[in-house]
Design a protein around this ligand. Sequence first.
Ligand SMILES: C[S@@+](CC[C@H](N)C(=O)[O-])C[C@H]1O[C@@H](n2cnc3c(N)ncnc32)[C@H](O)[C@@H]1O
Length: 282
Amino acid sequence: MPAPQALADATLTRDDMGFIAKLVYEQAGIVIREHKEAMTRGRLARRVKALGLGSVAEYCAYLKTPGAVDEIPELINAVTTNHTAFFRERHHFDHLRKDVLPRLISERSGRRGRIRIWSSACSSGEEPYSIAATSRDVIGSRSDVDFRILATDIDTDILDRAEAGLYPAELFERLPPDLKPLLKFDGPAGRSEVRISDDLRRLIAFKRLNLIEKWPMGGPFDVVFCRNVFIYFDTQTKASILDRFVTLLAPGGFLYLGHSESLPQPHPQLRLIGRTIYERLP
Ligand SMILES: C[S@@+](CC[C@H](N)C(=O)[O-])C[C@H]1O[C@@H](n2cnc3c(N)ncnc32)[C@H](O)[C@@H]1O
């Protein structure tokens, strides 16, 4: 009896898996570990369907042709994991509110001093909007600081969603009562969706940036969020990105990593000052 079509479609030989893993590593620094192979197969099956191909094997053959350059970003979009949430790992936002922003405001206010925060793997926007909401609450309507957030990700589809600022209303209903009022909306966008207010959206510039490629910005940043993306990289990639964060961070600036992440090795210019919170030494 022939195999059911859906199963046949997702068949991925060792060679094809090796080819995809190498391509994804070269393009995005993401290491596809063996226990993630089944998930990868499922994600590739979506691209197979979108392109009207018959199998993952055909998809791999297509990726090897020169005409497939436009498919590479789609492949990366398909294999990235975008899980995120508003005020995820809340202790970072509490630290930003209590220890970072008041100090920066007192240093920089009065001469329109710049405060810059980078959300470096921002996924669908929940992280930068949580930063914007926290910061707006502390800064209020004062105009004597020049405050901006840069939010970047490699995944172009997820960036479009982030920029639109539209979210299911139920995501907010689950937030703790003290955080709910911080996220401001411009009225309901539909029956079950809400749109983040223009006031918060104006604070953020969304851009595509691949962390393993060249970064166009000059910095300095006062705070860098790099949370839950190092888990996909190997030690060497992490170490080289960390060095570049340190170069872009202002002395006394802060780096927030994700809950299960740590530095690949102690960094001479970073001091651990809290749970996954590092301060750049002068
Ligand atoms: C699990 S999400 C984390 C989102 C958010 N920082 C958080 O902690 O909730 C990981 C994000 O990293 C992005 N990513 C993966 N590889 C990347 C790379 N090489 N450069 C930039 N972003 C990358 C993915 O597209 C995804 O949106």
